[in-house]
Design a protein around this ligand. Structure first.
Ligand code: TYD
Ligand code: MG
Length: 444
């Protein structure tokens, strides 16, 4: 019997037990797993492998199966490629099973939903809640990979959903379900099936608190596409992103809303994240961010108040805290504003996370607005990245951002004066600013 030690967090492999994983630095994550698969003997194997000329391979328009879900299709790059394996990751309760069930129910194909997590009754109840007629979808309540494969070869479904990879176990390995070696072996059997039969497979995977597909990073290398379903469980919005996509770009996102009857696709999200008040409030500033290639108007809220405790607090929701520290330092240094004795709270409303640096200017404006208690008009939007010297830098896709702000009826946009645009193209008022100090006259 052969055993190996695996870190349950990152999948690193060791020959003996250790207290700390030297790859991911986590403590007590290394677990012994029995690996009784026979080791491949080294050397040369007889039998000819098939050679193909690269130029002979047919690439004419990869056929794709539309999933009937526009947002999902967009993220996948226009539908599911036959034989592709798609890993859908996300925190528990975010709506992975709901999304996949919805897709499986909608497809006019012979779909098979394999569940190891919920009983058939639970799934039936969920389907009733979603309210789509269960067309041709079939259900398999099974966790044993060999039995699943047997059913697959017999039934030959056209699309497969596996909920979830962590519940599968294969007979070839003795370690418990959910362990690294089980996940890897089970996934590799399923992937082999998908490739052999040209059947697309969606695999649901849970995510641990570090935001990785629980345990094995290995899984991400094996599949064709890795989708991440994220959002705040307390909010309704969910964003579907591609982290990796062998058959398409990774910059597209899908936006959904969870409501009483499943997930609703949101096709025009730009206004959704703005609160509906029209009056100007201090500390609230609108930014035009890009999520993938879609412009999104978001509300940035800052609260600056004298620190009650010794050390001032800095807290963010939906924004990188390091970037906040940077912006605070720039404001102190370049505008001479004393922020070191104050608490600063920053919040992106709507429960989504924005990494687009183009919202820096809005963040700075929100902080100034709250600090000086000067309201900023709700009809104004801000676009710009902040440099360490206080310069406001141009951003990508500015034309698209401006058109979106114009479309939504904003009156004025503040942006870097270095952005190359033709002001004649826009009816909206444009204020080009060169450095952060230029915000001073407006916000003090
Ligand atoms: P679920 O798909 O089970 O999440 P996951 O598979 O990612 O763990 O859905 C989780 C939540 O969604 C659950 O707490 C209830 C909620 N929900 C709704 O709000 N409306 C619905 O129609 C459904 C089916 C679920
Ligand atoms: Mg689930």
């Amino acid at each position: 019997m052969k055993t190996t030690y695996y870190c349950q967090n990152c999948g690193a492999q060791y020959s003996k037990w250790m207290g700390q994983c030297s790859a991911c630095k986590q403590w007590n994550t290394i677990v012994e797993e029995v690996v009784s698969k026979k080791e491949a003997k080294s050397g040369i194997k007889s039998g000819k492998s098939r050679l193909v000329k690269l130029s002979d391979i047919d690439t004419t328009a990869e056929y794709r199966i539309p999933t009937q879900n526009e947002e999902l299709d967009r993220v996948l790059g226009g539908g599911v490629v036959p034989g592709s394996v798609i890993l859908l990751g996300g925190e528990p309760g975010i709506g992975k099973s709901t999304l996949m069930l919805q897709v499986a129910l909608q497809l006019p194909l012979n779909t098979l939903y394999i569940s190891g997590e919920e009983s058939p009754k639970q799934i039936r109840m969920r389907a009733e809640r979603i309210g789509i007629d269960a067309g041709q979808m079939k259900l398999l309540f099974e966790t044993n990979v060999q039995k699943i494969l047997h059913t697959l070869y017999e039934e030959q479904p056209q699309i497969i959903v596996i909920d979830s990879i962590q519940t599968l176990h294969t007979d070839l390995i003795e370690s418990s379900a959910g362990s690294i070696s089980q996940i890897r072996e089970s996934a590799s059997d399923i992937i082999k099936y998908a490739k052999q039969t040209n059947t697309p497979v969606f695999i649901i995977g849970h995510i641990n608190k570090e935001g990785q597909i629980a345990g094995p990073k290995v899984l991400e290398h094996m599949v064709d596409t890795v989708l991440q379903f994220e959002g705040d469980r307390n909010h309704l919005f969910r964003i579907l992103r591609a982290q990796k996509n062998r058959f398409g770009a990774t910059h597209e996102i899908g936006i959904f809303e969870m409501f009483g009857k499943g997930l609703r696709e949101i096709k025009n999200p730009s206004k959704l994240l703005l609160s509906s008040h029209n009056s100007a409030l201090s500390g609230t500033v609108i930014a035009v961010a890009m999520e993938g290639i879609r412009p999104l108007l978001i509300e940035v809220q800052a609260l600056v108040s004298p620190a009650v405790y010794g050390t001032p607090q800095r807290t963010t929701t939906g924004y990188d805290i390091k970037r906040l520290h940077m912006i605070l330092a720039v404001l102190e240094k370049r505008m001479g504003i004393k922020l070191s004795g104050k608490d600063v709270f920053l919040n992106i409303t709507g429960g989504i996370r924005i990494d687009d640096p183009a919202i820096d200017l809005a963040v700075a404006a929100a902080i100034l607005s709250s600090n000086n208690d000067i309201p900023v008009s709700a009809q104004w939007a801000f676009i710009g990245e902040l440099g360490l010297t206080g310069e406001v830098r141009p951003v990508t896709r500015v034309a698209q951002r401006l058109s979106e702000a114009e479309k939504l009826g904003f009156e004025r946009v503040f942006l870097s004066k270095h952005n190359k645009i033709n002001p004649k193209n826009y009816k909206i008022a444009l204020n080009g600013i060169g450095e952060i100090q230029d915000l001073g006259p407006i916000l003090s």
